[in-house]
Design a protein around this ligand. Structure first.
Ligand code: PLP
Length: 387
């Protein structure tokens, strides 16, 4: 029997994040490579799911998700994101933000169409495009503030460019796009008639008083924007696979049909757990995300500095891209391995976020970890002995 893989499958290499996780497990190390949030589950979310199972909610849901969840997402979208929406017209619940991005690309774009991604990028965005035979075009975000250059974006556009992806707050660099920047991107997307994809999975992880602005709240682009988000990060439920997209009703039915084909539905009782969380968790829960993570960010970045590394202080999300020029190694992979071998701490080599050999002096650490794990990491980092 032939053991050949499909071309697409062969093209998908093992992600560096997973590679580093494997290396880390071999050494029984501390995994700051993976963006898995280890924090406890909120009772309201847990109880909502328990009750749903007790009530026998075990069947397929409608292709766009349970009404209770769509309604709760709508309320939150109106209040927090300032997005106008209707639970029956504008929402498709899917298998996480990852599933939502996949089905919206498959529904709206054709092979050969181009999407602009900002670099450093999130690997799943790139791999989703490649798997669907879509073409990424890369626009640079320049540190330390990760600014983009509208002239560069203009030059990237070809007659095949159909979409742009805005990830705010961004993984891996932590950029939070400002209203002025989004207005500029809105004008650009109108000029070139682009669909605006936005990934807002870190929408509550914001530091130094920053505001999360959803591109779909800008009147001029609300009809062309697909807002993608989910609850993996906010509620620390990465394994539940609950996410969604919000978009104009001209698109939701087709997106829902593709969702039905690929995932059928997101897990039914878990949809109700999330709906309960959305209804019952107080505003103080979301406020404490900002405060708690900001204080971890500050401590984490200062420990990195004390140990000879230079963190690019993130504006949001829970990763730190860090300049590790002084760490021995010829590439970001070698540098990440030096850090792992000396301290037992796994990070992601910076070149995993760049297409053409950049990022070799960078690694990414994830700081969404329990206090005890972080304290052990702080102690271990001293073994690096770089000053
Ligand atoms: N989008 C971004 C930017 C992420 O960093 C991640 C997880 O790391 C996801 C989406 C995954 O979200 P989900 O678990 O809802 O698929």
């Amino acid at each position: 029997m032939s053991d050949h893989l499909s071309e697409k499958s062969a093209r998908l290499t093992q992600s560096e994040i997973r590679n580093m996780t494997i290396e880390c497990t071999k050494q029984n190390g501390i995994n700051l490579a993976q963006g898995v949030c280890d924090l406890p589950l909120q009772d309201q979310v847990k109880q909502g799911a328990h009750e749903a199972i007790d009530r026998g909610i075990n069947s397929y849901t409608r292709y766009d998700g349970r009404y209770e969840l769509r309604e709760a997402i709508c309320q939150k979208a109106q209040q927090y994101n300032k997005i106008d929406c209707d639970p029956e017209k504008n929402i498709v619940v899917s298998a996480g933000a990852t599933g939502a991005f996949f089905i919206t690309c498959l529904s709206l774009l054709n092979p050969g169409d181009e999407m602009i991604l900002f670099e450093p990028y999130y690997g799943y965005h790139l791999n989703t495009l490649l798997t669907l035979d879509l073409k990424p075009r890369f626009a640079t975000l320049t540190p330390p503030d990760w600014q983009f250059d509208i002239e560069e974006l203009e030059k990237l556009c070809t007659p095949k460019t159909r979409a742009i992806m805005i990830n705010t707050p961004a993984n891996p660099c932590g950029k939070v796009f400002t209203r002025e920047e989004l207005k500029q991107l809105a004008a650009f997307s109108i000029k070139h008639d682009l669909i605006v994809y936005t990934d807002e999975i870190y929408e509550y992880f914001l530091y130094d008083g920053r505001e999360h602005i959803s591109p779909a709240s800008l009147e001029e682009i609300k009809d062309r924007t697909i807002t993608i988000s989910g609850f993996s990060k906010t509620y620390s439920i990465t394994g539940w696979r609950i996410g969604y997209c919000i978009c104009d009703e001209k698109w939701t039915t087709s997106i829902g049909h593709i969702n039905d084909l690929i995932y059928v539905c997101a897990p039914a009782p878990l949809q109700l757990g999330v709906a309960n969380g959305l209804k019952q968790l107080p505003q103080s829960f979301y406020q404490s995300i900002r405060e708690d993570y900001q204080s971890i960010r500050d401590e984490f970045c200062s420990i990195l500095e004390q140990n000879g590394m230079i963190p690019y202080i993130p504006q949001g999300a829970y990763y730190v891209l860090t300049d590790v020029s002084k760490v021995p190694g010829k590439s970001s992979k070698e540098k990440a391995m030096t850090i792992l071998n000396t301290t037992g701490i796994a990070s992601v080599p910076g070149n995993a976020f760049y297409i053409n050999g950049d990022g070799e002096n960078l690694v990414r650490f994830c700081f969404a970890k329990e206090k005890a794990v972080l304290e052990q990491a702080y102690e271990n980092l001293q073994k690096l002995q770089i000053h």
